[in-house]
Design a binder for this molecule. Structure first.
Ligand SMILES: CC(C)(COP(=O)(O)OP(=O)(O)OC[C@H]1O[C@@H](n2cnc3c(N)ncnc32)[C@H](O)[C@@H]1OP(=O)(O)O)[C@@H](O)C(=O)NCCC(=O)NCCS
Length: 335
């Protein structure tokens, strides 16, 4: 194993193009020998300089990302370096290269143990990528406040990890990848992502540009906050993506399952959110896992473990006990 000194980036940690024996990486990962091909593919893929901000800058970025303070302390203290953690650094370089090439997770990672470096592993890829997304947004004249508001979803992921598993960590790379690719924005209450329609509907056909809409868990989904968010989206995309002629917003979610009207009152925010959309009657996919995960945070062995404090919580369990199944449904609206 040898290490080669790379560039020095001002106040960034020195990055190394770490040349390592792939066998030692495989042993460090504790992967079986026949998995070595995956590492060889990673080794052969494009490389990009990988660098982590230093301690103070890293702490400030964590604050800007809303990472809960006890977690931020761990993230900064466990930040890897090429000298101390050559295998981890080798893998982070490759994961970052995957990110830069637009290859979405899952990416390889060490087994999660009590060690903070393993609990936050892919978070370090995104911490290294903050400059990339700021630059992408800046090129479109997007105000940094919108970038940071969008990226604060990282902190929510870390907080949810704690709520689900009792310990801080980060396992949201698959989702957060979208934010850091630079095409997903939190505009007020809702998130919007430029995409292309995956199906035909009155008004658009497969392949047309659309805005995918997402609903982060940041408090009540009041009709007023959704109206304001849609207004903001209209102005935002016309200004910053004028070349993209979308007309419709689309949503695919457990929140659009009409069976929710059986258990929630007409006054509920979820019910009024559903009413914004024209529903695709032809589409339905199994939704028990999603509704439970998004509502309770984890999938129980037995329904009896689930708290029954709110109307929604009680309604979800009641329906399943009655032999029904929840669905993921989809719909569209004109923005
Ligand atoms: C979407 C969301 C913001 C709606 O919350 P809301 O605005 O309070 O919704 P409603 O007004 O319709 O709530 C109706 C009832 O359900 C309860 N409820 C709603 N969401 C709940 C949740 N996630 N967990 C527990 N109870 C919930 C409310 O407390 C209320 O019950 P109560 O009158 O007994 O207090 C919330 O469910 C949420 O944060 N979900 C997670 C994010 C998500 O699922 N995104 C979509 C991913 S595809």
């Amino acid at each position: 194993m040898g290490q080669q000194l790379g560039d020095v980036h001002g106040d960034l940690l020195t990055w190394f193009d770490v040349r390592m024996d792939i066998g030692s990486i495989r042993r460090w990962l504790d992967w079986p020998e026949d998995e070595i091909g995956r590492l060889e593919t990673l080794e052969a893929a494009d490389h990009f300089p990988f660098a982590l901000p230093d301690g103070d800058d890293l702490a400030e970025i964590c604050r800007n990302l809303d990472v809960p303070p006890p977690a931020a302390e761990e993230v900064v203290a466990a930040a890897p370096s090429p000298e101390r953690d050559p295998e981890a650094w080798w893998l982070l370089e490759r994961c970052y290269a995957q990110f830069r090439s637009g290859n979405r997770p899952p990416w390889p990672a060490p087994w999660v143990t009590d060690e903070p470096l393993t609990r936050y592993f892919h978070l370090y890829v995104f911490l290294a990528a903050v400059g990339d997304v700021l630059a992408k947004h800046d090129a479109r004249d997007i105000p940094p406040e919108i970038t940071w508001t969008t990226l604060r979803d990282v902190g929510l992921q870390v907080a949810h990890h704690q709520a689900r598993r009792g310990v801080y960590g980060f396992d949201g790379a698959f989702w957060i990848f979208n934010h850091f690719q630079g095409g997903l924005f939190q505009l007020g209450r809702l998130q919007y992502e430029l995409g292309t329609a995956a199906y035909d509907a009155p008004g658009f056909v497969t392949g047309d540009p659309i805005l995918e809409m997402h609903i982060p868990a940041i408090g009540p989904l009041t009709p007023g906050s959704c109206d304001a968010s849609q207004d903001e989206a209209r102005t935002f995309f016309a200004r910053h993506f004028p070349e993209t002629p979308y007309r419709f917003g689309t949503c695919e979610s457990w929140l659009l399952d009409e069976q929710l009207t059986d258990v929630l009152p007409e006054s509920s925010n979820i019910v009024s959110f559903q009413q914004r959309f024209t529903h695709d009657d032809a589409y339905s996919s199994p939704g028990d896992d999603d509704i439970i995960r998004f509502t309770f945070g984890w999938l129980p062995e037995d329904l009896g473990e689930l708290p029954q404090d709110t109307t929604l919580q009680r309604g979800i369990v009641k329906k399943i006990r009655e032999g029904h199944h929840w669905r993921i449904r989809r719909g569209w609206l004109e923005i």
